[in-house]
Design a protein around this ligand. Structure first.
Ligand code: UPG
Ligand code: MN
Length: 725
């Protein structure tokens, strides 16, 4: 122990005061004192278990000499022969190893820790005694140990000079002529069963630091309810002592005195005479309310309750032997302190102890992981088609023969999409698997109706070819097919029949400037070469059949109705994807097709004047003037179909024709494999060879084939529709 320490100190001379010493120590610690606790013991009168327990409760257990009263007659005056050795308390003044000692009787419970008492400068301080308030009670004392005082007190003790025969009389006599500090009663509040000044208690009770249970019957020697007839004040303060006890010790006070054990033994048998156990109601577990009080019985037959038989049965048959004991709610906080025998709330919590890994090897992933399962996909259930639909509408019921047919919204589009996807997918698989194939097959494009017209492609449903509204063209085509039927199997529209004046639709007009502004920004590219009827005869099988098809197709009068692969077989060239310069110019990185010079003889689109060309056709073709009515109306100066994609500024073609040509073909790019060559004898991919082949079939001079080096390719012009890629 440190020299000059301040300690709380108590005294235990008999085992019977062990419960008091335990509650005092716990109450001071629970109140948060910063000071150490010491206990004076007379070892010869204490059991081993008590001493052991005191060592766990107190920082210092200090054996002292027992000091008895050789003339104990005065003790009998106050009926306390048990205080025969109360003089032992004067050993406190020997404890010079401590600077200050706050002595507290073992029958005291601290409601707060009066640490401020250590700051007292007085050598001795004590609170008044309720029996005679001019003197002090020796249950709580703040003193400065001093051997001089001890020796003086020891002399008094040996003389037996004490008016009560015990330490309180001795010390009051000693300090009767010495300075001492009178402490507040709140430091040593001594309630009694007969306490009568309850208003004062109510007024000051919040300031009470310590409660001292003077008298021969100590809290641990009576039950929680206190003595019979005790005041409310006493019971209230008594419950404070028991609260500390119940919080810290879970055995009966007697067992604690006997064994020094705080927790009940594993197999505890309740002995007779022990404290009663308390149930959820606060009543002892063996408590049974009197049933007579609960259900009053009728005294005479006349007053008999109509259901008296039932009541009698209930009261008599009620099993009296059963004791209710809730396994969890065995404590009513409004009635009693927590049960002393209750288990901790988390007693049955699962516990798991984890250990650190002792593996010193670094983690190394395995060389290979197992292959993921391959057949993990969702098999879309196949819709069963062709099954008769159930009749759900009234008209279907009425008309017996009518087979119900229904088309759900969006079903048609879905089917079309699926078909188109299937075609593209087919091709992709083929291209991947047969990379060394010399001649790829041309997949069949199934176009049922115009997908763009329904808003299917890019959502542009108002796209038309500028040609479509030139009525003269329709007249021309009709006249042509009519003429063709009368003339037999001849080549259609082949300018090679007239090589000298080989003026075709795509040839630059001599007066092209007058329509130079036309076609800019038009998403549709139009050209006579797009029509399959212009394909050379040699390159096509079955001209008669073809003409018929063309005629049929013509009835739609839309150039954007694409010919099928049979009607117009693809040329053996693969159209290169053409990137158009966007408004931001961001697509120039692959711009190999930008800035290329236009092919000789290829007219710029802005130079294309349909009226003029029709006139040319009329003059040079086999159609007579009477067969064809030329349109009389003016063509608009600008593209008639508003461009939804981009607006290309107008260029005068004579300023920069090649660029103008390029910019006027805004919609020729497409990269789908739709038009792969399939039936040409020429080697695939060589435009030159194609040109050669076609030249041999005497169409080489057609301007439509002069696009070999130009920005147009026949295919691109074929697919003159807008394709937003
Ligand atoms: O058998 C005993 C008796 C007393 N003590 C100790 O001595 C103290 C005093 O005895 P206690 O029973 O508390 O006496 P009180 O009933 O408090 O009686 C009053 O009278 C006593 C004798 O004068 C004083 O010591 C007390 O402080 C005073 O409150 C106890 O607290 C114990 O610390 C024992 O250890 N064992
Ligand atoms: Mn006492």
């Amino acid at each position: 122990m440190a020299v000059g320490e301040d300690v709380y100190c108590t005294l235990v001379m008999t085992d019977s005061y062990l419960p008091g010493a335990a509650v005092l120590a716990h109450s001071l610690r629970d109140a948060g004192t910063t000071h150490k606790l010491a206990c004076l013991v007379t070892t010869d009168s204490l059991s081993y278990t008590t001493l052991t327990e005191l060592r766990t409760l107190y920082n210092y257990v200090i054996p002292v000499e027992r000091i008895g009263n050789s003339s104990p007659a005065n003790l009998y005056l106050m009926n306390r022969p048990d205080l025969l050795y109360a003089f032992t308390k004067i050993n406190l003044w020997q404890l010079e190893q401590f600077r200050k000692v706050v002595y507290v009787d073992a029958d005291v419970v601290a409601l707060r820790a009066p640490d401020e008492l250590f700051a007292l400068e007085d050598n001795f301080a004590a609170a008044p005694d309720v029996g005679w308030p001019d003197i002090f009670n020796t249950g709580v004392m703040a003193l400065t140990p001093h051997m001089g005082d001890y020796n003086a007190l020891r002399g008094l003790a040996e003389a037996g000079d004490s008016f009560d025969g015990a330490d309180q009389g001795l010390l009051n006599q000693y300090y009767e002529h010495r300075p001492w500090k009178r402490l507040s009663f709140t430091y040593n509040c001594t309630p009694s069963a007969s306490y009568q000044y309850e208003p004062a208690y109510r007024y000051f009770k919040r300031e009470i630091s310590m409660v001292h249970f003077i008298g021969s019957e100590k809290p641990w020697q009576q039950d929680r309810g206190g003595k019979k007839g005790g005041t409310g004040v006493y019971r209230e303060l008594l419950s404070r002592w028991w609260a500390v006890w119940d919080r810290q010790l879970h055995v009966s006070t007697q067992e604690y005195v006997n064994t020094g054990r705080r927790e009940p033994a594993a197999k505890e048998t309740v002995k007779k005479g022990d404290e009663p156990e308390y149930s959820a109601t606060g009543y002892p577990l063996d408590y049974q309310p009197t049933q007579d009080a609960a259900i009053p019985k009728a005294t005479t037959a006349a007053e008999k309750h109509p259901h008296q038989a039932d009541i009698d049965a209930m009261t008599t048959q009620q099993p009296r032997q059963r004791k209710f004991s809730d396994p969890y709610l065995n404590w009513d906080a409004t009635r009693a302190a927590p049960p002393s025998s209750g288990k901790p709330e988390a007693a049955n919590f699962p516990s798991h102890i984890y250990e650190f890994s002792s593996d010193t090897q670094q983690f190394r992933p395995p060389a290979a992981y197992p292959e993921p399962p391959r057949d993990m996909w969702y098999q879309v259930p196949v819709e069963k088609r062709g099954q008769p639909l159930p009749k759900i509408f009234p008209w279907e019921e009425r008309e017996a023969q009518a087979q119900p047919t229904r088309v759900w919204v969006g079903e048609e589009e879905k089917e079309k999409e699926l078909e188109a996807f299937g075609a593209a997918d087919e091709f992709t698989v083929m291209a991947d698997d047969d990379k060394d194939m010399v001649e790829p097959q041309t997949p069949v494009i199934k176009i049922d109706g115009a997908p763009w017209a329904a808003g299917g492609l890019g959502g542009v449903n108002n796209m038309k070819n500028a040609w479509d509204e030139v009525s003269g063209i329709d007249d021309y085509v009709r006249a042509l097919t009519r003429f063709q039927k009368t003339r037999g199997n001849v080549q259609i529209l082949s300018p090679s029949h007239h090589p000298d004046d080989a003026i075709t639709a795509s040839q630059p007009s001599s007066d092209a400037h007058h329509s130079s502004s036309r076609g800019f920004g038009d998403q549709s590219v139009f050209s006579p070469t797009t029509d399959s009827s212009q394909m050379p005869e040699a390159a096509m099988p079955g001209s008669e059949d073809l003409i018929e098809r063309v005629r049929e197709r013509r009835e739609s009068l839309l150039l954007t109705d694409f010919p099928s692969a049979v009607e117009r077989p693809s040329l053996p060239v693969t159209p290169a994807p053409r990137r158009r310069p966007t408004f931001w110019g961001a697509d120039h990185e692959e711009g190999e097709d930008l800035g290329l010079p236009a092919a000789d003889g290829v007219p710029g689109q802005e130079e294309w004047d349909p009226d003029h060309q029709l006139e040319e056709l009329r003059r040079h073709s086999l159609i007579g003037p009477s067969d064809l009515k030329l349109p009389q109306r003016e063509m608009p100066k600008r593209g008639r179909v508003a461009s939804a994609v981009e607006v290309i500024p107008e260029h005068p073609p004579d300023l920069n024709p090649p660029q103008a040509v390029q910019s006027s073909t805004p919609s020729v790019s497409f990269s789908t494999p739709d038009f792969q060559p399939s039936n040409s004898a020429a080697p695939t991919g060589s435009i030159g060879s194609v040109f050669e082949t076609l030249s041999q079939s005497r169409v080489g001079s057609t301007p439509a084939l002069a696009v070999e080096e130009g920005p147009f390719s026949p295919l691109q012009m074929d697919r003159g529709e807008a394709r937003s890629s």
